[in-house]
Design a protein around this ligand. Structure first.
Ligand code: UD1
Ligand code: CA
Length: 455
């Protein structure tokens, strides 16, 4: 039978106290709704309908590129009313998997089990037992342990609220009777809303079985209503991805002090020290070493490369056995060949550093191509910007740039050329030459320092 996933994402998210719609709040730098859609994609639903409403334009444009159907819920009258808005886009004789835009950590295993344990014409609800079920809807079962209805926190009596099995908000339902049940909902409850959860009681009244299927863990069913729950979910997510990294072969100094906001792939024997933050797509090949307090974003690091403490690598490609930092900054477009070294307080931007070349201290290299085995001395600056345009600096293989040199681009330094310390180079230097471009030193004998006037 066709399976349509329907994601409820129209709620206001009042408890977030934010101008950003709840389903766009970030978990590991990705909107909550993005996590839910990833779950749906992995599950392979035939179609996906998103019910949107509050902050609608922002929600739609955040997922504009993907192949999704949208249903507008102009007024947020409850979860049952939300699902009803999607029904015109869902055919009869279809299974509808309902997910919430604020429940982002579900595992494939639990969802597959929910689908497998619920016959096509029955109702399934994913539940879980919680030590503290406060805030969630409670699953009420009869003496035979059959699910008979769901009671919301605000509507329950003491006996009902003592139940620890809760509704995760995830259901699978047959579309034909579902249409009828949704039409029959009434807002006669404490919140004056059309509750999707009341569908359970309506199904039972018609003699249709409701299967309560337990999720593997409470963590995966966490619903995010406020920022405290958002932070708790972030920890659950981080623990999951860091554990996967360790299984893939990384040694992590402290799994609680690494943050992964994107996709990190690792080779064997990678080491990650404390407070590393990874963003976007990151590849760490065999034996890469990441020192403490580093930020690595959209980068590939070749085997054996070492990044020392407090370095930032952003949109860069590094070869094998490079040495970076401490305190280095590689900005977008930095490309380092094998065995390149970029040391402390060095900034690199849109530049290629050739094999074995060294840029070790207090230097800015921007819009440049540096050949192999070049030595760039301390305090060297490529003057790449004239106030209007950027210009290129090219340095040939084996060149030696003395300390404190300014290379005023566009400028070219030939292979094997030597630039004397303190030079300001404006016209380039030929292959193999020595270029000195600084005032000659002079000494004034018998010169007197000024003395202070007497008061
Ligand atoms: C809901 C369930 C509760 C369950 C909990 C699990 C109901 C009545 N209650 O409570 O049993 O334990 O989820 O996390 O279903 N939404 C809309 N339109 C609306 C209202 C809500 O699209 O008019 C969406 C929200 O964006 C959210 C989801 O539905 O993604 C759940 O709504 P929320 O208000 O968070 O429900 P809970 O009080 O958490
Ligand atoms: Ca919720």
């Amino acid at each position: 039978m066709t399976l349509v996933a329907c994601v409820l994402a129209a709620g206001r998210g009042t408890r977030m106290r934010s101008d950003v719609p709840k389903v766009l709040q970030p978990l590991a730098h990705k909107p909550l709704l993005g996590h839910v859609l990833e779950i749906v994609e992995a599950l392979g639903a035939d179609d996906t309908v998103i019910v949107y409403g509050h902050g609608g334009d922002a929600v739609q444009s955040a997922f504009a590129s993907t192949d999704l159907k949208w249903a507008l819920q102009a007024d947020q009258l409850g979860t049952g009313h939300a699902l009803q808005q999607a029904m015109p886009q869902i055919a009869d004789n279809t299974r509808v998997l309902v997910l919430c835009g604020d429940v982002p950590l579900l595992t494939q295993a639990s969802l597959q089990r929910l689908l497998a344990s619920t016959p096509d014409d029955a109702v399934g609800v994913l539940s879980v037992a919680m030590d503290d079920p406060t805030g969630y809807g409670r699953i009420i079962r009869d003496d035979h342990d059959s699910v008979i209805r769901i009671v919301e926190q605000k509507d329950g009596d003491a006996n009902e609220l003592a139940v620890r099995e809760i509704n995760s908000g995830v259901f699978v339902l047959p579309s034909t009777p579902l249409r009828r049940w949704l039409d029959a909902l009434s807002p006669q409850n404490t919140q004056g809303e059309y509750y999707l959860t009341d569908v359970v009681g309506l199904a039972v009244a018609e003699g249709i079985a409701v299967h309560g299927v337990l999720a593997d863990s409470f963590e995966e069913t966490m619903g995010i209503n406020d920022r405290v729950q958002l932070a708790a979910a972030e920890r659950v997510y981080q623990t999951r991805v860091v554990e996967q990294l360790m299984r893939d072969g990384a040694r992590v100094a402290d799994p609680g002090r690494v943050d992964i906001r994107g996709d990190v792939r690792v080779g064997k024997d990678v080491f990650i020290d404390i407070n590393a933050v990874f963003e976007g797509e990151v590849m760490l090949e065999d034996g890469v070493h990441i020192g403490p307090n580093c930020v690595i974003r959209n980068a590939t690091l070749g085997a054996g490369t070492q990044v020392h403490a407090n370095s930032l690598i952003d949109d860069a490609t590094l070869g094998r056995a490079c040495q970076i930092g401490p305190f280095a900054r590689l900005r977008p477009g930095s490309q380092l060949a094998d065995k390149a070294k970029v040391g402390n307080f060095v900034e690199i931007k849109k530049a290629q550093i050739g094999k074995g070349s060294k840029v070790n201290h207090l230097t800015y290299i921007g819009d440049a191509t540096i050949g192999e085995d070049v030595n760039v001395g301390a305090g060297t600056i490529t003057c790449n910007y004239d106030g209007a345009n950027k210009h290129q600096t090219v340095i040939g293989d084996g060149a030696f740039i003395g300390s404190g040199v300014e290379l005023v681009a566009p400028v070219e330094v030939g292979a094997g050329a030597t630039i004397a310390a303190g030079s300001t180079i404006t016209r380039g230097a030929a292959d193999g030459s020595l270029t000195v471009a600084r005032a000659r030193q002079k000494t004034i004998e018998g010169w007197q320092r000024p003395v202070k006037n007497k008061k």
